[in-house]
Design a protein. Sequence first.
Length: 125
Amino acid sequence: MSPSEQYLGNPHLKKANTKQEFTKEQVAEYIKCSKDPIYFCKNYVKIVSVDDGVVPFKMRKFQEKLVQRFHKNRFNICKMPRQCGKCFHINTSIKVRNKITGEIIELTAGELYGKIEEENNSDLS
């Protein structure tokens, strides 16, 4: 892939609207991945390990169950602790209500985190 087709200079990511030819085998694999998210995760998802760098994502059984449920059902409710294999993007939009004024504002997760950090740091001063 040429540098002009790479996303942010990463040779593993192609820019949007970059044309690509697929073989029949690749199309079959794409279809298989679209129908079985567990297969896709086990074969194609990678994470960054502090100790080992980029490694395959090894799902735990509860993560497999969650992915299957998310794939089969549009709406899900999960009661989960922190750091159990779920995440959202820092640019995820979140609506927050001010407890005092009742005003609702929309922030990104990153902006909300920044405001929480500011409050915590001002409490320490």
